[in-house]
Design a protein around this ligand. Structure first.
Ligand code: HEM
Length: 299
């Protein structure tokens, strides 16, 4: 299990060294998401995919090199679906201009996900920072650590537990599937516990299930709002993945789903707290890691 180092991260870590750091990231993120709401979903998922593989160390951002041609971003869970990299680059460029060598790429990802939640869901939370960037990125580790959409509840709980996250966190964070899209090829079209009429609808949107480019909305009711509609969709069995409908498979998780479907405010509060918790996974601090000069390349 990866250690969590919550004690070391601090809210407002850049307060002295780069007081405008969070504001600079926020401006870049808001501009991008206002233009293309889907980028907010991309940035939210980027945070999850960073933190679950080697901890929140920006390993997901490293481009392949001749010496290391298979970085995380080349692996099937990330390629070609993960996006938002350009937004992180734009924020990093602005930050390097303003206070060179100070703000880590891992913190930029965490800030960007927080800002996307505010923009798309009115969800506000303070995110501790002070993460350093890692130097290692291995494609196989993405496959080993990221839960696939066909996982059942037991497998999902085990996956989250291996990162120090609880059943409650699993149900709470899954609410991120109220925004963004999925490629047709990732859908659980054979799952009998998903509503058959919804499967028929999905099939009509996906002329070829093997397509790598056609996408469907995760939440057809409020596609660009980070809200509790996801939980209503789960209750109606109108979701894209086995891993979504699996949240009804135990009384404990089903009760959480029902509660979140009824109480939007309670879910939003818990979502912020769970994002903070996810942001503590395996962080590099102090003399561990580095602050990259550019997010795609280790120094
Ligand atoms: C519980 C286990 C999870 C599974 C099995 C899962 C699986 C997936 C899959 C298969 C996709 C579609 C990828 C594609 O286009 O092929 C997706 C999209 C997405 N996931 Fe998850 N996910 C999980 C948890 C999470 C968490 C914890 C978050 C964030 C807190 C998250 C945020 C998102 C977002 C925002 C999208 C849409 C991305 C976009 O539009 O670019 N997911 N997820």
């Amino acid at each position: 299990m990866l250690p969590t180092s919550s004690a070391s991260l601090q809210v407002g870590f850049y307060g002295c060294k780069c007081p405008k750091a969070e504001e600079i990231v926020r401006k870049v993120v808001y501009k991008a998401v206002a233009k293309t709401p889907g980028l907010g979903a991309g940035l939210t998922r980027l945070f999850f995919h960073d933190c679950f593989v080697r901890g929140c160390d920006a390993s997901v951002l490293l481009d392949p090199t001749p010496a290391n041609p298979n970085t995380e971003k080349t692996s099937p869970p990330n390629n070609p679906s993960l996006h938002g990299f350009d937004v992180i680059d734009e924020a990093k460029t602005a930050l390097e201009h303003h206070c060179p060598g100070v703000v880590s790429c891992a913190d930029i990802i965490a800030f960007a996900a927080r800002d996307a939640a505010k923009f798309l869901g009115g969800i506000t939370y303070a995110i501790p920072s002070g993460r350093h960037d890692g130097r290692v990125s291995i494609a196989a580790e993405a496959l080993q650590n990221l839960p696939p959409p066909f996982f059942n509840l037991t497998q999902l709980i085990t996956s989250f537990a291996s990162k120090g996250l609880s059943v409650d966190d699993l149900v709470t964070l899954s609410g991120a599937h109220s925004i963004g899209e999925s490629r047709c090829s990732s859908l659980s079209l054979q799952d009998p516990s998903i509503e058959p009429s919804f499967i028929a609808f999905l099939r009509s949107k996906c002329p070829s299930t093997a397509s790598r480019t056609v996408v469907v909305d995760q939440d057809i009711v409020t596609p660009n709002k980070l809200d509790n509609q996801y939980y209503k969709n789960v209750i109606a069995h109108k979701v894209l993945f086995s891993s979504d409908v699996a949240l009804l498979a135990s009384p404990q998780t089903a009760t959480l789903v029902e509660g979140f479907a009824r109480h939007q405010g309670a879910w939003k509060k818990k979502f912020g707290a769970a994002m903070v918790k996810m942001g503590n996974i395996g962080v590099l601090i102090g003399n561990q890691g580095e602050v990259r000069k550019t997010c795609r390349v280790a120094n």
